[in-house]
Design a protein around this ligand. Sequence first.
Ligand code: ATP
Ligand code: MG
Length: 186
Amino acid sequence: MADAASTEHPTQPETQRLFFALWPDDATRDALDRTSKWLHQHWGGRRMRAETLHLTLAFLGATRMAQLPALRAVLDGLDVPAFSLRLDQVGFWPGNRIAWLKPGVPPAGLATLAGELRAGLQATGVSFDPRPFFPHVTLLRNSSGGMASACQPVHWHVDRVALLESGSAGGRSGYAVCCERGLPRA
Ligand code: ATP
Ligand code: MG
């Protein structure tokens, strides 16, 4: 007799919810969290927990685990040097009530990195959300928002890229690093 799992999803292979992102070092995480605290005082809502702060580069969604080696190869194939990212503008999407922090002037390396990742995924045949890249760090959810404006900048030395799994453990949603790689010095 088939077991419960195979009866529920007889043809669906095991999947994980995955995305590529910039995952901050501790000092950058603290700086992002301070900005979140400051923005929360003005715009309200629910702060993202410090340990979840990140910048999404490409969102894959449900992905078969058998594709992990191919995703690792996409990471290994990146040819982008480390770069500096200055996050200095806050803004708000009324539709989903998300408040975010973004670079006023995105460095060329950031678009190159997202572009190389997406080209690598396309070449590998792994699907991802094709919407244009809008680099941002989500800081608040359910916020009432306010005017987009400049703020105290967060300086992020970007020298690694991660593949993250989005999931929930103990009833709390969060992210776990599946694999990551460093970027060489410029
Ligand atoms: P939840 O959806 O459970 O509230 P979450 O939004 O934090 O949690 P995910 O939906 O797994 O977690 O998203 C992980 C990251 O990918 C987040 O930065 C999210 O903004 C981004 N993301 C989610 N869906 C898409 C999408 N369709 N296109 C681009 N980015 C996405
Ligand atoms: Mg989501």
